[in-house]
Design a protein around this ligand. Structure first.
Ligand SMILES: Nc1nc2c([nH]c(=O)n2[C@H]2C[C@H](O)[C@@H](COP(=O)(O)OP(=O)(O)OP(=O)(O)O)O2)c(=O)[nH]1
Length: 176
């Protein structure tokens, strides 16, 4: 799937999908995945994807691991500390103005309460009522699976803001 992409040469970025149950904590369901009621999204105020709902995250800085990046970005954007980031997916994103390899994490344990910042307005959404119409179009291809405990890798090529190529493989173990 990634044969055409010099993955090591592309800028890296992260996304985090935080889950909570009705009682706050998340227990495993029958399949061993998280049995969550709600997922945290941010309404992004600036940068790539501003004006849309998206998981918190951002660009990996020089000398930083993707895991360090996702913890830093969630803290900067919504003011909480993620305790158990689990890498569950990776995708190549290509567009007219920004190419990247994006590492997707899921987490169920964190410290603090999400707060609005200059970058982001956070809100918990029911996992069966995610605002896909106000998100990156290809997120609807993989996010339900991630919220349900799955893993994936993908490649999404956009032009003029519209997806032109969509490749997706689920049930893979993403390398970190
Ligand atoms: N959900 C989703 N997020 C995407 C897609 N493509 C894409 O680049 N992103 C995300 C990955 C990063 O979290 C974010 C781009 O980084 P950013 O602009 O937020 O980076 P940053 O916080 O470091 O911002 P800055 O300092 O450069 O302003 O966009 C996509 O197709 N779906």
């Amino acid at each position: 799937m990634f044969e055409d992409d010099p993955i090591g040469d592309l800028p890296a970025a992260t996304l985090c999908h935080l889950l909570r149950g009705a009682a706050g904590n998340v227990q495993p369901d029958d399949d061993g995945g998280p049995d969550a009621d709600e997922a945290l999204l941010i309404h992004k105020k600036r940068g790539v994807g501003s004006g849309q709902w998206v998981g918190p995250g951002g660009k990996v800085e020089p000398g930083e691991t993707v895991r360090e990046c996702v913890i830093r970005e969630v803290r900067e954007e919504v003011g909480i500390d993620v305790l158990d980031p689990e890498k569950v997916g990776v995708f190549v994103y290509r567009s007219d103005d920004w190419d990247a390899v994006i590492h997707v994490f899921r987490a169920t344990e964190y410290a603090g309460t999400p707060e609005e910042t200059e970058e982001a307005d956070p809100r918990w959404f029911p996992v069966d009522d995610i605002p896909f119409d106000e998100m990156w179009q290809t997120d609807r291809e993989w996010l339900p699976n991630v919220l349900d405990g799955g893993t994936f890798r993908g490649r999404f090529v956009y032009s003029d803001g519209e997806p032109q190529e969509v490749s997706l493989e689920t049930g893979v173990t993403p390398s970190v």
